[in-house]
Design a protein around this ligand. Structure first.
Ligand code: ADP
Ligand code: MG
Length: 313
């Protein structure tokens, strides 16, 4: 499969006074055309930083972003404009990401006014209604205010706002984490239907490995700013090589239940393997050398000196 978006050597530190938060360390990541790539890791591992770098809400300190063969990270804001509509984002909290003062129909129409300058009013109306229908909301929602909607309905509106410009890539940053479990399943199924129907590509971010493995084609596991395991879902679930992936999977929502200690602060990350302070399989080497992300077999990568691959079933 062709790559739609590629991150090359992306690094990001946040500076707070004299302090440096190492949010993302030199990450390489490829999102293939038409796939759902799941990005999973505990809170603070750098997932939203990656999402915000891809959508150009923040600038990386180092590295390149290549989208459809174009190095978009090198483009001016003006030159990037034609790509902005092609890369959309859905945020975790549909209460803060949607303007509460405007009717849903107004918000959807506004996207078209900004990005589809030549479009007729009639065509815009048609697209607004179509996008509501796509996300399972009837035409009456165009006249409603966000305040009158449930969290799930709002997230449907957020998805409609992302879809209306017919993007190639949608970055979904914890899109179901704020929703009730019953609503969560409906939204996940909606996302999967839309992907099938339009051949969309998603970067789907979540702290929950069960959710990510339910809908993704491939999974990237992040820990403290680095990708520690990457591969097809069936390869990762069938043979979790990194001790952290195993802990995430067994813990489902509460990682601290199976991992010892807290995730270290990215202000002062441990030397060597970033996971060594919590790893049950630690050896001397892990305290000194940071393991590279290496391919074990066809498309399955792990960053661990002593991967659990093929051990302990
Ligand atoms: P995740 O989405 O996986 O929870 P984030 O990318 O939001 O991770 O955060 C990674 C690290 O960077 C965290 O330690 C977080 O506190 C820090 N961080 C994120 N955004 C900022 C910011 N704007 N200023 C300072 N630190 C930040
Ligand atoms: Mg986040």
């Amino acid at each position: 499969m062709d790559s739609l978006l590629r991150l090359e050597g992306i690094r990001k530190e946040y500076k707070i006074g004299a302090e440096r938060i190492k949010a993302v360390w030199k990450i390489d990541l490829d999102i293939k055309k038409g796939e759902i790539l799941g990005l999973v890791g505990e809170s603070g591992s750098g997932k939203s930083t990656i999402a915000n770098i891809i959508t150009r809400l923040i600038t990386p300190d180092e590295g390149r972003i290549v989208f459809k063969g174009v190095e978009i990270s090198a483009l001016s804001e003006r030159a990037f404009r034609e790509y902005r509509r092609d890369i959309q984002m859905v945020f975790q909290d549909p209460y803060s990401s949607i303007n509460p003062k405007k009717k849903i129909g107004y918000l959807l129409n506004e996207c078209l006014l900004i990005h589809e300058k030549g479009m007729s009013k009639a065509e815009r109306m048609r697209r607004v209604m179509e996008s509501l229908e796509e996300v399972g909301l009837d035409a009456s929602y165009a006249e409603r205010y966000p305040d009158s909607l449930s969290g799930g309905q709002r997230q449907r509106v957020a998805i409609a706002l992302a879809l209306i410009l017919h993007p190639s890539l949608i970055v979904l940053d914890e899109p179901v984490s704020a929703l009730d479990v019953s609503v969560e399943a409906q939204i996940l199924n909606l996302l999967m239907d839309l992907r099938r129907k339009y051949g969309l590509t998603y970067l789907f971010i979540s702290h929950d490995l069960n959710v990510v493995s339910y809908l993704s084609d491939r999974i990237a596991v992040m820990y403290l700013g680095s990708i520690v395991e990457l591969g097809r879902v069936e390869d990762i679930i069938g043979n979790m090589a990194h001790p952290y992936t195993r802990a995430l999977f067994s813990a489902s929502s509460d990682v601290t239940a199976t991992l010892s200690g807290e995730i270290p602060s990215p202000l002062n990350p441990p030397p060597g393997c970033p996971f060594h302070t919590r790893c049950a399989f630690i050896e001397e080497r892990c305290k000194k050398e940071k393991p590279e992300l290496v391919e074990m077999e066809g498309g399955h990568y792990v960053s661990c000196h002593y991967p659990l691959y093929n051990k302990e079933g």
